[in-house]
Design a protein around this ligand. Structure first.
Ligand code: PLP
Ligand code: TYF
Length: 402
């Protein structure tokens, strides 16, 4: 029956972990997948998460199904975290929201909702480059996928002129524009607040639909409200955005699959109609989402003490990553005098650095130095720590000198 099924390629990001696992060298380093590691290189369960779990354990929850759109208290608090307690549509009761299977599931629900109900051509503009999974998510949902200029490989910074030109002159009116709310994956390059304001104006002028993917709130700057700037600015300008949230990175709840999808609507009556259609989209997909992770996240979001502790812990993760950026820059530039300009390692934001290493160099690093990263030269900064950063920098030095 399946004799005509062709073998597919491995996932470009998760395939790196497979190659890393197969490597037996004790010096090996995995900087592929974007998952936080502590300063010992170990996965990190936040203390606020452990406390929330013991509160839940003591409260003896049953295992009943959640409603189709999930745990309502959780989505309410997730939306408040993103839009801000003062958000006008939040206060007006016009934000439609549902729990989702983390950020990926939020994107899938959003794309499916737009594919069915957005009353214009299904064309989405993704930044070039973007998170690899964005392309199949939108394509599998029936969208035509196009790109807008984002990264300048020469400056290793934002190509704002190309971004503006593409949104102003190339994207047809009513195109959907995917925006990384903060900590752009894979480049680590974000627009400035002034540039965000311009992008918001362009979207308004060109009637583009802003679709935000926020997978790293708190991770970019260490402050959840600063990282929500773009989302809140667009909403303050009257944009009726779509928003995907993930609690994988900022609460370290990766495998628990905790997220939310929301849409700003015109008023509570429109919201109620959108709510009903979100249920109709989700019911045949997976009926209802898992409960445990959303209960953990809501326990933290709704408890003042745990919330304050969470903010400190997110900040701690963000700061450790920033320290690794400084250290890596210093070792390459000052100690090893590695050829090239490495300032971008410090200026880039969030989980990743887009090193500028070429594909051949990444292959050589894996084969000769047992150092693994994605082929586009992206490294997960969280994979670095005091024990491996010098070996990593020396390996990069070797790869650059050839
Ligand atoms: N969007 C972006 C840009 C991401 O980097 C990620 C995770 O790496 C996600 C969405 C979704 O991840 P998850 O489904 O684990 O929440
Ligand atoms: O490192 C990245 O960019 C992500 C990480 O189910 C990831 O691809 C891994 C697994 C997953 C979602 C995101």
């Amino acid at each position: 029956t399946w004799s005509a099924v062709p073998a597919g390629p491995p996932d470009p990001i998760l395939g790196v972990t497979e190659a890393f696992k197969a490597d037996k060298d004790p010096r090996k380093i995995n900087l592929g997948v974007g998952a936080y590691r502590d300063d010992k290189g170990k996965p990190y369960v936040l203390d606020c998460v452990k406390k929330a779990e013991s509160i839940l354990e003591a409260s003896q929850q049953d295992k009943e199904y959640l409603p189709i759109t999930g745990f309502a208290d959780f989505t309410k608090n997730a939306v408040k975290l993103a839009y801000g307690a003062d958000s006008a549509p939040l206060k007006a009761g016009s934000i439609s929201a549902t729990q989702s299977i983390s950020g990926t599931g939020a994107l899938r629900i959003g794309a499916a909702f737009l594919a069915r109900h957005y009353p214009h051509a299904k064309v989405v503009y993704l930044p070039s480059p973007t998170w690899g999974n964005h392309v199949p998510i939108f394509r599998d949902s029936g969208f035509e996928v196009r790109n807008y200029g984002y990264f300048n490989p020469t400056t290793l910074g934002l190509n704002f002129e190309a971004l503006k030109a593409d949104l102003l002159t190339k994207a047809p009116e009513h195109s959907v524009v995917l925006l990384h709310a903060c900590a752009h994956n894979p480049t680590g390059v974000d627009p400035t607040p002034e540039q965000w304001a311009e992008i918001s104006d362009i979207c308004k002028e060109r009637k583009l639909f802003p679709f935000f993917d926020m997978a790293y709130q708190g991770f970019a700057s260490g402050s959840t409200s600063r990282d929500a700037f773009a989302v809140r600015h667009f909403v303050s300008q009257g944009h009726q955005i779509a928003l995907c949230q993930s609690f994988a990175k900022n609460m370290g709840l990766y495998g628990e699959r905790v997220g939310a999808f929301s849409l700003v609507t015109a008023d509570p009556e429109e919201k109620a109609r959108v709510d009903s259609q979100l249920k109709i989209i989700i019911r045949p997909m997976y009926s209802n989402p898992p409960a445990h992770g959303a209960r953990i996240a809501n326990t933290i979001l709704s408890n003042e003490e745990l919330y304050a502790q969470w903010e400190r812990e997110v900040k701690g993760m963000a700061e450790r990553i920033i320290t690794m950026r400084d250290n890596l820059y210093n070792i390459l530039t000052n100690d090893l005098k590695t050829p090239g300009e490495w300032g971008h390692i410090k200026s880039q934001i969030g989980m990743f650095s887009f090193t500028g290493l070429k594909k051949a160099q990444t292959v050589a690093l894996a084969e000769k130095a047992h150092v693994y990263m994605t082929a586009d030269g992206r490294i997960s900064m969280a994979g670095l720590n005091a024990s491996n950063i010098e070996y990593f920098a020396e390996s990069v030095h070797g790869a650059v000198k050839g």
